[in-house]
Structure formats: structure tokens, C-alpha cells
Design a protein around this ligand. Structure first.
Ligand code: ACO
Length: 444
């Protein structure tokens, strides 16, 4: 089938947030560390009323309602997440409760787990299903969803929560470029969750940042080769060939560093070109070990690429700045932000590069072309106005909510106590976990 791509996107985030400037004061760190140093303004938080099932139910039901889709028209559904509340029962099977009324039980796909990357793997599985002999003509739906929270300490301000539903099919307004997906996977201990009873990861923060940047190098250099081979064999693809970029965003500062690193890679291919004169001195590092730690190189490239970063990357970061990391959902929330705010004149016929990174590690660089109007995305996503309607909680309350989640997440015979009055209409919430651990949900 031609033009396999994205027909619709829905993005859900919790209704409560904490202000990062207030969190800096509360945590006793220097003013600007979270807001400037990490580039984060606000962070979403949820109480014991929400879990991976509820945020996935919410985003799927909202997508189907906003876009007037029949559950019968979905033939594939996969959930990418690392928020595991059951070692056996998939979130996908919980989502099948939404399909019951339609009588459609013929839906392939299941959950895909990996730190921050499961959603992207789900999207690739969906594309592959549609392009295969198994395809039956219906849509594929992918959910990328996570509640990201860290134990007290330096990683805590890089939490968040959110879910994105991605409707995929042929003849789409936003089309996946074929034959250019470029992957780098290897065995690393940068971020993992060995404590099965805890939501919190074990994380080597600074090491994970370096792992991310190394994957940027590996995936982008492969992508530029694959892309030029297909499109312009005489000329190596460069950042100029991409009009917008959306990255996995653990914190927005790391995204800015990653963009600088892409241009650094371009420069290493063409170091004598006059356009790189202001940063040419850094080319001496090439891809050496030192190149990943040299602050002069990192800051020099960030400064050199500032204007282009503002034009090509900032439009995708609005949600991440104000919601925080959403693990598997993060890169898809970035695409949602870009589409929610960019008018047709600026985006139709433009190409979007995407970099998905998951610790452990699994990473892919790929691209999309916008071939027709994205008005429908702007009308339905409305990210800015929805973010403006959230309720702010103090850092004290934020810490209490995380404590509540810590203490109650895996209980049985439990009635959640979180306040449901702040939930946005249409949000699913946990009603009860019964004596056999079975969870039931209601919708606000
Ligand atoms: N004003 C402005 N900037 C400041 C200030 C200040 N007052 N104080 C510090 N900064 C800057 C620092 O210079 C640093 O910037 P730089 O890296 O550009 O030099 C930045 O703020 C962060 O400060 P650090 O001291 O490096 O922060 P810390 O070590 O406390 O933690 C980290 C940061 C490692 C990102 C931590 O939050 C973490 O572990 N997060 C989770 C891991 C993560 O997200 N990894 C990313 C990939 S894996 C994944 O997606 C989960």
C-alpha cells in the first residue's frame, strides 16, 4: 500500500504539575539548575488514581472519539511501555475492553517493552504489518505510554508522565520514508529497572547522557548514508535536508546537545567548508572518546547551531518542557507538539527527522514527510491550551504524591484515595484493585 504513515495522533498528560523553579528551591539546589541547566519548566505528576492501563485507556478512547473512528476499523494494536504492573497480562489486553461493544476481537499485536523505545518498536511493527501479507486493510494503532518517576535525588526533576496514540495506515498525510530507518543497539547498564516492586529505575545519569549521544552519532551517520543512497547518491544527506527534528527528550538540554552533535557529524564529513569556520577547531576530536566529554566542543556546537535549533527543534519541545520525560511516549509527544503548533504553510512538503533512544540500549533515526494538510492535528491536539488548564501542586504535595504511589502501587484489596475532581473529563482512573489484584477503572 502507498504512503504508509500517520493519520491521527492523540496525546494525554496528567492534570497536575509541579513548577521546576519551585522544585529547585525545595530541593535546595542552585537557582537555574533544573530550568536552565536541564531546560525543564514544569513536570507532570499523578497520584494513585492513574497507572499504565488508565493512561493508555484514556488516550485510545479520546483518539477514537475525536477522530470518529470505529473500533472495527482497527486490525492491529500494540502498546510500547516500560511501566510494568503485571509480568504477564499485557496493557493491550486491557485496552481490548474498549473494543467489546464493537464486537471486534480480531486485533493483532501485543506489548513491546524497552526503556523509552517500546513505542517506536510498536510503530515499526505496525508499519511492517501494513506492508506485509498479513495486512487485512484496516488501521494499525500504537500506544506509547509511561509514568516516569525517580527516587529522591538528581534524577527526580527529569520525571513526567504521558501517553500518545498513533493511528497508522496507507495514504496518510504524514508518510514514513522507506528504507532509511537506521538503528544502533548494544548492551549497556545506563538505566534499568531490576527492582520489580518499584517504579524507580537504577540509573547512571551522566553515563546515560553519553550513551544517548553515542547513539545519535551511530544512527545519524547510518541515516545520512541510507537517505542519500535513495534520494541523492552524489551528495551526502545533511541537516539541511531535514526541516524539523523530534528527539527523545529525557531533558530538553540534552536534546539541544544532540542537535549540536548532528551538525558536528555533518562538519566531520566536510571540515574545510567555510560555513563551519567558527567551529572548525573542534574537528580535531573526530569521534574520539574525548569528543564525548569535551565541554568546549559541546558548548561550541550548541552556540553555533542555536538559530537552527530554535527553528527546527524548539517547536517539538513544548510538551517535553512542560510535562517532562515520558519515556516511550517522549519522542511521540515531541512529534505531537510540532504538529499541534505548526501551520500548514510551514510544514506541508517538509521533512521531519526523528531520533528515538531507549537505554540499555536501543536507538533509531528515521524520517517522515508531510504530504498534505495537518489541520486535523492542530484542531484535535491543542496542546498549549490543554497544558494551560492543568492544576499546579507545590513541591511538598508533589513529593507526597510520589510517596503515595510508592506505598500503594502494587497492593491488592486497595481503594485508591487520589482526588478525582481535578481529572480532565474523559480521563480513565483506577477505581479499585480487588483481593485478586484485578484492577477496575471508571471514566471522569
Ligand atoms: N544554572 C544553570 N545551569 C546549571 C546550574 C545553575 N544554577 N546548576 C547546574 N547547571 C547545569 C550544569 O552545568 C549541567 O549542564 P551541562 O551538562 O550542560 O554542563 C546541568 O545543569 C545539570 O547539572 P548536573 O550537575 O550535571 O546535574 P546532575 O548530575 O545533578 O543530574 C542528570 C543531571 C544526570 C541528567 C540527572 O537528572 C539524571 O540522572 N536524570 C535521569 C537520566 C536521564 O534522563 N538520562 C538521559 C538518557 S536515558 C533516559 O532517557 C532515561
Amino acid at each position: 500500500p502507498p504512503d504508509v504513515g500517520i493519520h491521527a495522533l492523540e496525546f494525554y498528560f496528567p492534570s497536575k504539575f509541579v513548577d521546576q523553579m519551585e522544585l529547585e528551591q525545595f530541593d535546595g539546589v542552585s537557582a537555574g539548575k533544573y530550568t536552565i541547566g536541564l531546560g525543564q519548566t514544569q513536570m507532570a505528576v499523578c497520584d494513585d488514581r492513574e497507572d499504565i492501563n488508565s493512561i493508555s485507556l484514556t488516550v485510545v478512547q479520546n483518539l477514537v472519539e475525536k477522530h470518529n473512528i470505529s473500533f472495527k476499523d482497527i486490525g492491529f494494536l500494540e502498546v510500547g511501555t516500560e511501566s510494568i504492573i503485571d509480568k504477564s497480562k499485557s496493557v493491550k489486553t486491557v485496552l481490548m475492553s474498549l473494543f467489546e461493544e464493537s464486537g471486534n476481537y480480531d486485533v493483532e499485536g501485543i506489548d513491546t517493552k524497552n526503556a523509552c523505545y517500546g513505542g517506536t518498536a510498536g510503530v515499526f511493527n505496525a508499519i511492517n504489518w501494513i506492508e506485509s501479507s498479513s495486512w487485512d486493510g484496516r488501521y494499525a494503532l500504537v500506544v506509547a505510554a509511561d509514568i516516569a518517576s525517580y527516587a529522591e535525588g538528581p534524577a527526580r526533576p527529569t520525571g513526567g508522565a504521558g501517553s500518545v496514540a498513533i493511528l497508522i495506515g496507507p495514504n496518510a498525510p504524514i508518510v514514513f520514508d522507506q528504507g532509511v530507518r537506521s538503528t544502533h543497539m548494544n548492551h549497556l547498564w545506563d538505566f534499568y529497572k531490576p527492582e520489580l516492586a518499584s517504579e524507580y529505575p537504577t540509573v547512571d545519569g551522566h553515563f546515560s547522557n553519553t550513551c544517548y549521544i553515542r547513539s545519535v552519532d551511530a544512527c545519524y551517520s547510518l541515516f545520512t548514508k541510507k537517505f542519500s543512497k535513495r534520494n541523492s547518491p552524489d551528495q551526502l544527506t545533511k541537516i539541511q535536508d531535514l526541516d524539523f527534528l523530534a528527539f527523545h527528550a529525557p531533558n530538553c538540554k540534552l536534546v539541544q546537545k544532540a542537535f549540536g552533535r548532528l551538525v558536528y557529524n555533518d562538519m566531520l564529513q566536510d571540515p574545510e567548508n567555510d560555513i563551519y569556520a567558527p567551529v572548525k577547531e573542534h574537528a580535531k576530536f573526530a569521534h574520539s572518546e574525548e569528543s564525548y566529554y569535551d565541554k568546549g566542543l559541546e558548548r561550541g556546537m550548541m552556540q553555533f547551531t542555536k538559530a537552527e535549533y530554535e527553528k527546527k527543534v524548539i517547536p517539538s519541545l513544548y510538551a517535553s518542557t512542560n510535562v517532562g520525560n515520558m519515556y516511550t511516549a517522549s519522542v511521540w509527544a515531541c512529534l505531537s507538539s510540532l504538529l499541534s503548533s505548526t501551520p500548514d504553510e510551514e510544514i506541508v512538503n517538509k521533512r521531519i527527522g526523528m531520533f528515538s533512544y531507549g537505554s540499555g540500549s536501543a536507538a533509531t533515526f528515521f524520517s517522515l514527510k508531510v504530504v498534505s494538510s495537518t489541520q486535523k492535528f492542530r484542531e484535535t491536539l491543542q496542546i498549549k491550551s490543554r497544558l494551560d488548564q492543568r492544576v499546579k501542586v507545590s513541591p511538598e504535595v508533589f513529593a507526597e504524591l510520589l510517596k503515595l504511589r510508592e506505598e500503594t502501587a502494587l497492593l491488592k484489596d486497595y481503594n485508591p484515595v487520589g482526588d478525582i475532581s481535578t481529572l480532565v473529563k474523559g480521563t480513565y482512573f483506577l477505581k479499585r484493585i480487588d483481593e485478586k489484584f484485578r484492577r477496575t477503572y471508571l471514566r471522569a
